[in-house]
Design a protein around this ligand. Structure first.
Ligand code: GDP
Length: 499
């Protein structure tokens, strides 16, 4: 444990009783926590980074521009519910030439590639909606190059349309608008374009640079135009990738297939994936056994921007995980131990947080209960006594006003007194407060015939004179236990001596 972790740990450790801490941690994770000297943050980070470099597998530095080649764009379809995202993906998938050879069977694998007559290809992520997009982004996966924003022409810009615009803008991903359902008599393409303008999307007709294609997903109208728009946008972006470096990609989906076992749909972003390659994704790894395209056609290799189904996984990685190629199984195993250790630390931190939260709750309840009791006691004691009971109550008692320099000292004094119970002499705390002894203190003491105990605070000379005039004793202390002893001694002195 080091650096900021150490500080976190230390602050928690101080406020959590060690027995509770060790029991909880021990029970949950079965380890001993070693505390080491805190070091300056930068140093810790450098050490951590060095350790990671030694043990983990991480992305290679950016490639030499000379090796880069053009690659296909990766597109995500977003938009409001029911505006036709799924229908559009289905139509786009159906137009896939290769798929037609397979009798038009459409299957969902998380991503598919559409080949155009010109030879170009577009990769679509087959998980519509911003939830999937956001989940990927949260894991730092910037897989998407272009967002196709589906807006139904009979409905216009709705809540999720706006959210999608926000997501795309935040991720710096350009948008192409597919104005859908133009086959409907209620479709209002121009109105939809105007509405988009209100949300910062200026389409080409309105002098902006966002392409907007009116389409009908159901009837397949203008899908060709939509694909062309995507290709044009991709050309502007000059999308390039390194086909020769070590493989780097992302998991789009993982599943277990009845015939093929553990299966991961991935988009390769760098390098060319081949059979036998060793891959790590999170704490899962694979020796690539087979690769398939979206039509289950075996692939020999998967270059950048290709969606590919990969078998050979020892465990299933989660969607969004980064896939990296490793040099050897030994390197993978070391990296997995390191990564599991990191996860373990995250879990450990989470447990610390949970314990801290519980502790705070318990303390709050305790403080509330204590304050309520004190307040109730104070009010009870502050009530002027009834005449008849006044006469009756002749038992020894000491009434005091407690003053202290800070909250902490007053609390500490009250805590000590709360543990002291005398059968023979009752102790009444009339008032407790932080600050110099003042007129109110003297007046309170006078009404109840009490004494004033002042801890580490000044007694101004006029107050001192006032107290003297009224016959009130002010006792000053600067050591808590001496003050407590003094109070106890005074109580004892009030108990009548037996003959
Ligand atoms: P999603 O929620 O955005 O994925 O929307 P869906 O693709 O599930 O479509 C919602 C509804 O709109 C379905 O009933 C579709 O049949 C219908 N729909 C989608 N596209 C079109 C279209 O181009 N024209 C018409 N008339 N209906 C469409």
């Amino acid at each position: 444990v080091g650096g900021t972790d150490y500080e976190k740990f230390e602050s928690r450790f101080q406020s959590v009783p060690s027995t509770v801490l060790m029991k909880s941690i021990g029970k949950s994770v079965g380890v001993t926590v070693n505390v080491v000297e805190a070091q300056p943050d930068g140093q810790i980070l450098r050490t951590e980074e060095k350790k990671r470099q030694d043990k983990d597998i991480y992305p290679c530095p950016p490639p030499d521009p000379s090796v880069l080649v053009r690659r296909s764009p990766v597109v995500t379809i977003m938009g409001h519910v029911d505006h036709g995202k799924t229908s559009l993906l289905d139509s786009l998938r159906k137009t896939n030439v290769v798929e037609k050879e397979f009798g038009g069977i459409t299957q969902h694998i998380g991503a598919f590639s559409v080949k155009l007559p010109s030879g170009e290809a577009i990769t679509f992520l087959d998980t519509p909606g911003h939830a999937a997009f956001a989940a990927m982004r949260e894991r730092g996966a910037n897989v998407t190059d272009i967002v196709v924003l589906v807006v139904a022409a009979d409905d216009g810009v709705m809540e999720q349309t706006q959210q999608s615009i926000k997501y795309a803008n935040n991720a710096g991903v350009p948008i192409i608008v597919a104005i859908n359902k133009i086959d409907k008599p209620t479709a209002d393409v121009e109105g939809t374009k105007k509405m988009l303008l209100q949300y910062g999307i200026a389409v080409e007709d309105f002098g902006g640079d966002v392409q907007a294609i009116p389409v009908s997903a159901i009837q397949g109208t203008n899908l060709e135009k939509l694909r062309e728009a995507i290709v044009t946008q991709a050309e502007i972006m000059e999308l390039k990738a390194d086909p020769v470096g070590k493989v780097h990609g992302h998991v789009i989906e993982s599943s277990t297939d009845v015939g093929r076992g553990r299966l991961v749909t991935a988009v390769i972003e760098r390098g060319t994936l081949r059979k036998g390659d060793l891959l790590i994704a999170g704490t899962a790894w694979a020796k690539v056994r087979q690769m398939f395209d979206e039509n289950r056609k075996p692939l020999k290799e998967a270059p950048p921007a290709t969606p590919v189904e990969i078998t050979g996984w020892k465990e299933l990685p989660s969607a969004g995980s980064e896939i990296l190629q490793a040099a050897s199984e030994a390197a993978i195993k070391e990296a997995i131990i390191w990564r599991e250790h990191q996860l373990f630390r995250e879990k450990e931190n989470q447990i610390f947080d949970e314990i801290q939260e519980k502790q705070n709750k318990i303390r709050d309840v305790y403080v509330l209960k204590r304050d309520t009791n004190r307040l109730a006691g104070y009010f009870k004691r502050s009530q002027p006594k009834k005449k008849e009971s006044e006469a009756a109550d002749t038992s020894p008692q000491l009434a005091i006003v407690v003053k202290g320099d800070v909250d902490g000292s007053v609390e500490a004094i009250l805590d000590c007194l709360s543990t002291y119970h005398s059968q023979q002499c009752r102790l009444d705390i009339l008032r407790h407060d932080v600050g110099e002894v003042n007129t109110t203190d003297v007046e309170t003491a006078q009404v109840f015939n009490g004494d004033i105990y002042a801890f580490n605070v000044k007694v101004p000379s006029d107050i001192s004179k006032l107290a003297k005039a009224k016959g009130i004793t002010i006792r000053e202390h600067n050591v808590i236990y001496k003050m407590i002893d003094d109070i106890k001694d005074t109580m004892v002195s009030r108990i009548p001596q037996e003959e």
